[in-house]
Design a protein around this ligand. Structure first.
Ligand SMILES: *Cc1c(COP(=O)(O)O)cnc(C)c1O
Length: 326
């Protein structure tokens, strides 16, 4: 980071696709859950003492120009710094749209060599920025290099394009991605108004081309911090054959405090979702611990205590029940 970057640590540019902007009923980020995700508010200038520019510790685990190896089994590749829409709650705002640009041929080779040399690592996550902002040919070269380096590698593409620019997912793109199986796609929808006919078509193409599709949502104050919205979102996703994977507690990224709920609010919402929804529609509520200490699920501990012959387990209403230890 240079001196001139110092004051810009929260300066994520604004940018929204025409399609995503059309989903907002007003441009008022204080009342519209779609506008809230792309219209910057003054509160972004506020940095709290415990907020940082790199809340999940990407830099600490960087092993190459674009390669981050935090968890033994998974390596993260930052393929591109551009997005079709810049989410105001972005946690990787120190990287996103800071002119790192597209992964180069040399960086593709470096990433492929890294996975070839680390057989203990079973999966490569391709993220950014948004990898689907690369032309098919460019993204295809990365996928081909990784697949040639490791036939057994699980590929995971993290993209918000199906939500913010679904027309980008063409039949050709879906067929190209499908040819690199096993390839999982993880999308990022936060509100049921993002589930449109265009979205349905895009994720339908991915699933029809053999890709399992998962969703990572972020719990956002004023966007989806109520049980009705989360229920409608999760139901809508499962209708589209998308499995709700994570619901993230807000990361401690500089300038995002106006989006965060408390963990107690999140736990109460999760208990309500468990009551209302089929198990396949319930995501794992999780948080990335500060300083790169890792992702952990957040639960109201189910195992309350151990007695000589019994586990004491807690149900959704907080009542205790005994289950034998043997
Ligand atoms: C979140 C994350 C992953 C993926 O974690 P999962 O729990 O497998 O979804 C991998 N690498 C990094 C650096 C991450 O931040």
């Amino acid at each position: 980071m240079t001196d001139s970057d110092e004051g810009r640590e929260t300066a994520l540019p604004s940018g929204v696709s025409a399609y995503y902007a059309s989903l907002a009923r007003t441009r008022d980020p204080y009342t519209d859950p779609i506008a809230a995700q792309f219209v910057a508010r003054d509160a972004e200038c506020l940095s709290l003492p415990y907020e940082t520019r790199d809340p999940i510790g990407d830099e600490r685990y960087r092993v190459g120009a674009r390669v981050i190896h935090h968890y033994r089994d998974r390596v993260l590749i930052l393929a591109n710094d551009r997005c079709a829409t810049y989410c105001r709650h972005c946690f990787r705002r120190h990287f996103t749209a800071h002119s790192t640009g597209r992964i180069t041929t040399a960086e593709i080779e470096e990433a492929a060599a890294y996975v070839a040399g680390h057989p203990e690592c079973g999966e490569a996550l391709i993220s950014g920025g948004d990898p689907l902002m690369l032309p098919d040919e460019h993204l295809g070269r990365l996928l081909k290099a990784l697949r040639e380096a490791r036939r057994d590698l699980i590929l995971r593409l993290a993209t918000r394009v199906p939500v913010v620019q679904p027309a980008r997912v063409t039949t050709e793109t879906a067929a190209m991605l499908g040819s690199y199986a096993p390839l999982w796609v993880v999308i990022h929808a936060n509100h049921h108004r993002e589930i449109t006919p265009e979205f349905r078509r895009a994720v339908g193409l991915l699933v029809d081309n053999g890709m399992p599709v998962l969703n990572q949502a972020v719990l956002l104050r004023g966007v989806n911090d109520n049980a009705d919205t989360l229920e409608a979102l999760m139901r809508g996703l499962v209708q589209c054959r998308v499995k709700p994977y994570y619901l993230f507690q807000g990361d401690l990224a500089s300038g995002t405090s106006h989006f965060r709920t408390t963990i107690d609010e999140g736990l109460a919402l999760m208990a309500e979702l468990r009551r209302r929804l089929t198990g396949i529609a319930v995501p794992t509520y999780a948080v990335d611990l500060p300083d790169g200490a890792g992702k952990v699920p957040l639960t109201e501990a189910t195992v309350v205590r151990r007695e000589s012959q019994w586990y004491v387990l807690r149900d959704l209403d907080g009542n205790e029940h005994r289950y034998p230890r043997e």
